[in-house]
Design a protein around this ligand. Structure first.
Ligand code: 5RP
Length: 242
């Protein structure tokens, strides 16, 4: 008896990350200057770009958003520039911890939010790679990370405690996590309450000692999202890629 082909089921999270990471490479063309994100999903994008450079002669230059991505990219032979050398970038591909229906993001789960935001803001477009666990109605179930000047972390924590409805934690506790630029990370438990990320971003950025916050507002143009049944590219209406 003939019927519909079996539904595609991918349950393995690592396989979902790989699928999204590789599928996003369809946006990459020779000649591009690329922002290379940080994290376990976009790692597959970087690996695929490295493969295409080595095997297909893809001619791109990358600007890494972290030391980890710089080391990986170098090991793959992807030519690299600093952001200062590169100037404007054609495209940044990066992961996210959450994305909402407006394509606004929480990032910084990997601690690289400040460099990630600078690189994304210098790009003509941004594509996020994610599995469907990252898709939310309202941002904030994932604790909102922010980078702070290390010597100011207690003042910033006390200030944030007045803004944030839940706990504000120093990442790493007694052995604080250090960013690539020597900052600390505070993780702020807002819960799914961040319905106006732009005003929260302004509020947090105005606190002395804050380097930046992991809210990416009006920066992301598309999400390549994998799920157990498909890999889809979601394009933002009136975004720079639609
Ligand atoms: C790093 C990030 C990452 O992009 C984010 O945490 C998603 O990572 P992963 O793909 O490993 O879930 O913002 O600062």
């Amino acid at each position: 008896m003939r019927g519909a082909p079996p539904a595609r089921i991918v349950d393995d999270i690592e396989a979902l990350k790989r699928e999204a990471g590789i599928a996003a490479c369809s946006f990459v063309r020779s000649g591009m200057k690329l922002g290379l994100g940080t994290g376990s999903t976009v790692r597959y994008t970087v690996l695929e770009i490295g493969r295409r450079v080595a095997e297909e002669g893809l001619d791109v230059t990358g600007v890494p958003t972290s030391e980890a991505t710089r080391e990986l990219s170098e090991s793959l032979g992807i030519p690299l520039l600093t952001l200062n050398e590169a100037g404007e970038l054609d495209l940044t591909i990066d992961g996210a911890d959450e994305f909402d229906p407006n394509f606004d993001l929480i990032k910084g789960g990997g601690g690289a939010l400040t460099r990630e935001k600078r690189v994304a803001e210098a790009s003509r477009a941004m594509v996020v790679v994610a599995d469907d666990r990252k898709q939310v109605g309202v941002l904030g179930a994932f604790d909102l990370p922010m980078e702070v000047v290390a010597s100011d972390w207690e003042d910033v924590r006390d200030h944030m405690a007045r803004i944030c409805p839940g706990e504000v934690r120093l990442r790493g506790g007694r052995a604080p996590y250090l960013t690539d630029d020597g900052g600390y990370i505070l993780d702020c438990e807002f819960g799914p309450t961040i319905s106006d990320p732009e005003s929260l971003q302004s509020q947090i950025r105005s606190v002395a000692g804050v380097v930046d916050v992991g809210l990416f507002v009006s920066i992301c143009d598309a999400v390549v999202m994998s799920s157990s049944s498909s890999v889809r590219t979601l394009l933002k209406d009136n975004g720079r890629l639609s």
